[in-house]
Design a protein around this ligand. Structure first.
Ligand SMILES: Cc1ncc(COP(=O)(O)O)c(C=O)c1O
Length: 483
């Protein structure tokens, strides 16, 4: 079957996308134009993404004004290339960096490429929902006292599940030590456009912010933004130096043939927000609030920070992004895999992600009343039919305290040995292991494999969650550092 036929067939099935991309297939970002008609290369007048001074620069300047940053770069290789480029621009080989252990795998790849020494901040776990809480300013403060030679810090806010960290206080603490902060805001490009949403890290003191606009705004897959918005490098010369360093990094990690189709789509998204953000976000928040109110009837499924739950019940959260719908299914007689399948087969709703204890639906300004109603209807019926008064024992969280025995680069440089995963406790992994989504490593190269992590991963697989690894041989075999 041709891929195009598959895609068209899928589109004909009336499956509602409660997942990214944020345009929800409900938005014609090319205004009806055939993509081939506008697929050009750098010609006279079309500017050049890697050395912009014309139409692309104008558009990126407009985006910088819209998002309130000093400079904005359009990215056509996702936040992945933005994060790697940002880290490459700011860190020097061998640097010690402070990073949240629940960072996306692209950040671990940057740590590998740049030969960095990470000091991990482990996020706490919310006992009710099993999701990671915020990275606290106190954790950052303590780490700086213990490791005064840290050169850079990276956190994710909001997380995939919508949990915000206190970027303003964290950046203030770091800046007192002249340490820049990169915020992975892949899941938060919609923040700051309405008072009901938390503020973006761009205006909260972060130095570089990377956003996947394809995830939560109407822009196609692969499109993202990198913002330089420093409050650390206040003087103009320093900002210009950073500007040059980032452009230099992007020239390494981003395609030399950036797609004009994708760039035109980003430009359309920026114009759309510029012209209509108030009414678009007003309608969006009305839908979210209506949905949240209606979920109060649910007796067994709990929705994080919505309906009968609220952010006040979660002292480990600094804040919460209301666009995320995190559904706890501990009180259902269904595994998360069965819940996902039921949603798809019976209600024609495709969810974004399942973890062992919960499922995640992503919303955006392109969702319709009908979409929210379909999800609500499904939840009410499932709640009635499969509800149980005895909660399942809570599953272990995706990110747990782990023991780094060597850096990622050191582990990758070692010869490897294939061993049975069930017998690998005590060995040092050479592979990255992650549930996808969310792409947060369960095991990082250089970490010791424990009995606990083996049991957790086997449990995830048994729940129908896709666990991936560098060489794709899990859950049977893992490659470890040879002894
Ligand atoms: C937290 C986080 N950061 C970065 C990325 C990478 O983003 P992209 O897919 O735009 O490259 C992801 C992707 O899922 C993510 O979840």
């Amino acid at each position: 079957m041709r891929l195009l036929d598959y895609l068209n067939d899928y589109a004909d099935q009336d499956i509602y996308p409660m997942h990214m991309p944020g345009h929800k297939r409900n938005f014609d970002f090319l205004d009806g134009v055939s993509p081939y008609r506008i697929d050009i290369t750098e010609v006279a007048g079309s500017d050049n993404l890697h050395d912009s001074n014309g139409i692309l620069k104008e558009s990126m300047d407009m985006a910088a004004r819209l998002f309130d940053s000093y400079r904005c770069w359009y990215l056509i290789n996702g936040s992945t290339c933005g994060l790697i480029s940002a880290i490459f621009a700011l860190a020097r080989r061998g640097d010690k960096i402070l990073m949240a252990r629940n960072c996306h795998k692209s950040i671990y790849n940057a740590v590998h490429i740049c030969g960095l020494h990470p000091i991990y901040l482990f996020p706490p776990v919310d006992p009710e929902f099993g999701v990671n809480g915020s990275i606290s300013p106190q954790q950052v403060q303590d780490a700086l006292e213990e490791y005064p030679d840290i050169r850079l810090a990276i956190i994710t806010s909001p997380t995939y599940d919508g949990v915000m960290s206190d970027v303003a206080t964290i950046s203030h603490i770091l800046h007192e030590h002249k340490i820049p902060l990169i915020v992975d805001e892949a899941h938060g490009p919609h923040l700051g456009f309405h008072p009901s949403f938390p503020k973006s890290a761009i205006t909260e003191g972060a130095d570089l912010v990377i956003q996947s606009i394809h995830k939560t705004l109407p822009s196609p897959t692969q499109t993202a933004l990198l913002h330089l918005c420093s409050s650390l490098w206040k003087n103009r010369e320093k900002l210009q130096e950073m500007d040059r360093r980032i452009s230099d990094s992007l020239a390494i990690f981003e395609s030399t043939s950036p797609s004009y189709i994708l760039m035109a789509a980003i430009d359309n998204c920026v114009h759309m927000l510029n012209d209509g953000k108030e009414s678009l976000f007003h309608e969006y928040i009305r839908r979210i609030n209506m949905f949240a109110k209606e979920t109060r009837v649910l007796k067994h499924i709990r929705i994080l920070c919505k309906g009968t739950d609220s952010v006040e019940n979660h002292p480990l959260f600094f804040g919460f992004d209301p666009s995320k719908i995190v559904m706890s299914i501990r009180n259902l007689r269904l595994t998360s895999g069965e819940f996902e399948e039921l949603m798809l087969k019976k209600y024609k709703i495709e969810l974004e992600m399942i973890a062992a204890d919960y499922a995640l639906a992503l919303t955006s300004i392109c969702d319709t009343d009908e979409g929210f109603e379909r999800l609500l209807h499904a939840l009410i019926e499932i709640d009635q039919e499969y509800g149980s008064d005895t909660p399942k024992p809570s599953a272990p969280p995706l990110v747990q305290e782990s023991m780094m025995k060597m850096t990622v680069s050191a582990a990758k440089d070692m010869p490897d040995e294939a061993v049975r995963f069930s017998d690998s406790a005590g060995r040092i992994s050479r592979e990255i292991v992650f549930a996808y989504p969310p792409g947060i490593p369960l095991i990082v190269p250089g970490e010791e494999i424990t009995e606990q992590i083996i049991a957790n991963i086997q449990d995830l697989c048994a729940n129908g969650i896709t666990v991936k690894s560098t060489f794709g041989t899990l859950p049977k075999v893992i490659h470890v550092v040879e002894v």
